[in-house]
Ligand binder design. Structure first.
Ligand code: SF4
Length: 661
């Protein structure tokens, strides 16, 4: 049904809201890093409903998809654009997490005020109503005519759309106890124009299953999606992967909270192996699993063959008392190293999630003990740190509410990088400092260098790419899971509790912020280049050979100068003989090339020279500038930068292609 011939039109506007920063501005980036799977899942469902004409053949359905982390949402413009007589607008605020609730709530009020039907769903409303019942902030929206949807909508989407069209939406729908069978439900749909808003635009997401059988007390997933696993058809997944491959999707984030407990993991991996080995579809993927996954027969081996390059592990703590208190009994600290080594042996990079702020934590226990153990003994390739947060929908939140434990009233701060409740053994400042220091310590130069030296070629650039992503998040002052590249702000897009700044104040602030970001990016670029120089060229066998050449000639020279001719002469003849042998083997020219190309192994001397030169320049002592050395260093600078960039581009690390699989 085309819009022109339809008697009625339902315009469905799917929006994934962002959150406010500490200064009240909406967090949005020029390029995002993680697309929203919930938004993609709703897009898949809505398009399927449109194709099946569930609203009747005389109704046209228009679908819009907005992700506020990368799109600016202007309710008045969205509502005005393309508005026609008889058109009904349904605005769906989807996948709203607790820290996004204040922003989602403000958007809901604006859209409702403009006459749209508004539905709001996601973990916050589902978890809250399921665990503690109706709360004032949710009731406030219902009173304004917003429909609250709890749970998963796969079995009910058609009826919700029908109700919206007929303007008979109810105030609340609760599907938490009516969990859908996902087996043949539409797979999340991520159109190219949406993916293009993200740095890794060859990446899409799929939740191959939902639920988790474990019982961690801080987790909201089990109380909303349940502890009984439900999963999608492996054949449907393979079909979608094949279709998406043709559209340029080469990398997936399987967002299941625990793919290892998906009962059909083996069939899914088998289908992916078949795609790789029979059809040349060399996709790669990352997944989240529990810490017993390495004990499942064939799991790690098949994950590797299926294209897994990275695994996210909910390690949470290195303190056994913390794990016991939170019911995370499946995590055995003594097994952490075995687990990491097993994935590493199969060339799968490991990424651990670590929570700071369990009742047993102190600043010293985290920074001076647990973190060092994590870096020096367990040795994951990456770590993400989170502050313990009393998320509505978790057993902890329910218990603390019952006990009357004070919790922050502002849900915007429930983002895992703010102290949203008092801690029994740390002040809010100490706790926040422990969190910040954990990031800085783990991502210090020496630890990153050690990680890259341990990594396999297959994962080297993926890990480096993630270092850049995470270090950029530290520059932006945000958590990597919500950050992107280059923060965008709009002066008028501010939380209602903050004043709108004057143009002058705002421009000054933005100029300062942008200047700071650009300066920090330059530093990050040099740091990554130094890291690369210290780790990547060493892998090249030709460079090793070239180094041997240098060392041998240097030894001969040293012995000759110190009159130890009895040593240098035999060395010289040995050297000539070896060179002759290498020439015969065709290696000598390679080695010489390598020496020529790879003369710089560190930026230290270059940096020292530029600092000194700038100093002479700035203090007007230009006669002291060594012009000859400056020209030589300029040449070396150009060479090393081109060399670095060529490797990064060649690695395709930034388009997340399957090349490295
Ligand atoms: S293992 Fe992860 S998903 Fe499962 S209950 Fe624990 S925190 Fe939740």
């Amino acid at each position: 049904m085309t819009t022109a011939t339809a008697s009625r039109t339902l315009r469905i506007v799917l929006i994934k809201p962002s959150k406010y920063d500490d200064e009240g501005y909406v967090i949005r980036h020029w390029k995002g890093t993680l697309p929203s799977n919930t938004l993609a899942a709703l897009m898949g469902l809505t398009q399927d409903a449109q194709e099946r004409q569930v609203l009747g053949s005389d109704v046209a359905v228009e679908i819009e998809m907005w992700d506020e982390t990368v799109h600016r949402i202007r309710p008045d413009r969205i509502m005005k654009r393309g508005k026609r007589e008889g058109m009904i607008d349904l605005v769906c605020l989807v996948g709203v997490q607790t820290n996004q609730y204040p922003r989602a709530s403000d958007l809901a009020k604006q859209f409702a005020g403009l006459g749209a039907k508004v539905m709001l769903g996601g973990f916050h409303v589902s978890g809250t109503i399921e665990m503690i019942g109706m709360t004032p902030e949710i009731q406030e929206l219902i009173d304004l005519g917003v429909t609250i949807v709890c749970g998963e909508v796969e079995e009910h989407w058609d009826e919700l759309l029908q109700a919206a069209l007929e303007e008979r939406l109810e105030p609340t729908y609760n599907f938490v106890d009516d969990k859908p069978d996902l087996f043949e439900k539409p797979i999340p749909l991520m159109p190219k124009r949406y993916r293009n808003r993200f740095t890794f635009n060859h990446m899409a997401t799929i939740d191959t299953s939902r639920g988790c059988p474990f019982n961690c007390s801080f987790c909201t997933i089990i109380n909303v999606q349940g502890r009984k696993m439900r999963w999608r058809s492996p054949d449907w997944i393979a079909k979608k992967v094949r279709e998406n491959w043709a559209l340029g999707v080469t990398h997936y984030f399987f967002v299941d909270d625990n793919l290892a407990r998906n009962k059909s993991w083996e069939q899914i991996f088998d289908r992916l192996i078949e795609l790789r080995e029979s059809e040349g579809i060399h996709l790669t993927f990352m997944m989240q699993v529990d810490l017993l996954s390495h004990t499942i027969p064939n799991f790690v081996e098949k994950a590797r063959r299926a294209g897994c390059t990275q695994v996210f592990l909910g390690m949470e703590s290195l303190n056994p008392a913390n794990l016991a208190d939170s019911g995370k009994n499946q995590n055995k600290i003594s097994d952490y190293k075995v687990l990491i080594d097993k994935y590493r042996a199969h060339e799968i990079a490991t990424h651990c999630g670590y929570i700071i702020g369990f009742d047993g934590d102190t600043y010293d226990s985290v920074i001076s003990h647990d973190l060092l153990q994590l870096m020096n003994e367990v040795q994951p390739d990456q770590a993400s740190f989170f502050m313990m947060t009393p998320l509505p929908g978790s057993a902890d939140h329910k218990r603390w509410t019952r006990e009357g434990r004070p919790m922050d009233k502002d849900f915007n701060r429930y983002d895992s990088f703010h102290a949203a409740m008092p801690h029994p053994r740390m002040t809010a400042e100490q706790w926040t400092q422990a969190y910040r220091d954990a990031w800085k310590t783990f991502y210090n130069f020496e630890n990153m260098k050690g990680i890259l030296q341990r990594s396999q070629d297959r994962n080297y650039f993926n890990i480096m790419k993630n270092f850049i992503w995470y270090k950029n998040a530290l520059i932006e002052g945000e958590h990597p899971m919500i950050t992107g590249f280059f923060r965008r702000k709009a002066r008028l897009e501010r939380r209602p509790t903050f004043p709108i700044e004057s143009r002058w104040t705002y421009t000054r602030r933005r100029t300062r912020e942008v200047g700071h970001i650009l300066k920090e990016w330059v530093k990050l670029y040099w740091e990554m280049q130094e890291l690369w120089l210290a780790t990547w060229p060493q892998r090249d066998q030709r460079v090793q050979l070239a180094k041997q050449h240098i060392v041998r000639w240097r030894d001969i020279g040293r012995n000759f100068v110190t009159l130890r001719w009895h040593r240098s002469l035999p060395q010289f003849f040995m050297r000539v003989a070896l060179t002759g042998r290498e020439r015969l083997l065709g290696k000598s020219q390679d080695a010489i090339d390598a020496v020529r190309r790879q003369a710089v192994y560190s930026r230290r001397t270059l940096n020292r020279h530029w600092r000194q030169t700038l100093h002479w320049f700035g203090t007007l002592r230009w006669h002291r500038i060594d012009v000859g050395q400056t020209l030589v260093n300029l040449y070396r600078e150009v060479k090393v930068n081109l060399w670095f960039l060529a490797h990064i581009i060649k690695s395709k690390a930034f388009d997340a292609t399957g090349r490295m699989g």
